[in-house]
Design a protein around this ligand. Sequence first.
Ligand code: FE2
Length: 352
Amino acid sequence: MSTQVKGIHHITLCPSSAQQDVDFYTQILGQRLVKQTVLMDGSIPIYHFYYGNADADVGSIATSFPYGRRPGRAGSGQISVTSYSIPCGTAPFWVEHFDRHRVEHGGMQQRFGSTFVRGRHPAGMFYEVVEADDARRPWTTREISADVATRGFFGAVMSIRDIDEQERFFVEAMGFRKVGVDGRYHRFEVGRGGAGATIELHHDPDLPPGSWVFASGTAHHIAFHVETDEELLSQKALYEELGYTDASEVKDRFYFHSMYVRSPGGILVECTANVPGGFYQDEAPEDLGTRLNLPPWYEDQRADIVAMLEPVIVPEENRARRAPAGVPRPVAAPASTITLSRTKADFVRHKR
Ligand SMILES: [Fe+2]
């Protein structure tokens, strides 16, 4: 049995305030607000924001649960850095841009021969822009033009106390290959490799474990892309064959289907298969991110959900209703024939 993992699908983090997060992603990182929806687990309405590049490509999507009600603890066994690719030679722009917005950052640095700048979200999470070849189409803002903008994810860095078992998981269960070591960073690639298909383990033997719960200031999980629901089931079977027997059932996340497993170093790893239509199921390409979308099975609670959420200002780039220049790329996955797990929180009863 072999894995069908193609690359990163999305990375999910927990900021604190919703508006602060929208402002950081759209104004500082220059991302497109692709979707406003809600967390589908639990009994408290929490926003779920999706941010991505111009085409909302798989491998460009960061998602956020603003979880200011509970602070988290950063540490090992967590994703420590979310990385975006930028065109070669543009790191100086990002230093200036971070300075202009008073973003805490470490200046230009080098790792694996590439220049990067690491900056910090106001809620505490770290992000990098890494110079790399990447042909995906960027979203642009008033301050971030296409020649300097991020293209999508470069990858992610994960803080790990002991490399060996986490490496075995990514190699044997996820199909990654080790491509290099630079100091305490161990780099792996999957599929065609490069931007969107790279991860790094950062060896932190003395760093206490970080929190696993949804909590502000931490990353919650990373998701990897497979093509079909059948490949999700095959991935779950591979986990079980290898002895990672705590893989979840396949969950209906409306825009895609998801299956989760806790990896040996503590990182929660999701595998994700898109559904037909993807992000265009409930919004036209030019309208992405402009309103709160709920999965159909939550619509009867819309008024109560909205009343319990912090209002946010939709970014001006979204209000301009810019459609992608090319043809949008709805996902052409076949309809699912597998059994899906679906949650429906009763927010109204919780409020009473
Ligand atoms: Fe996820």
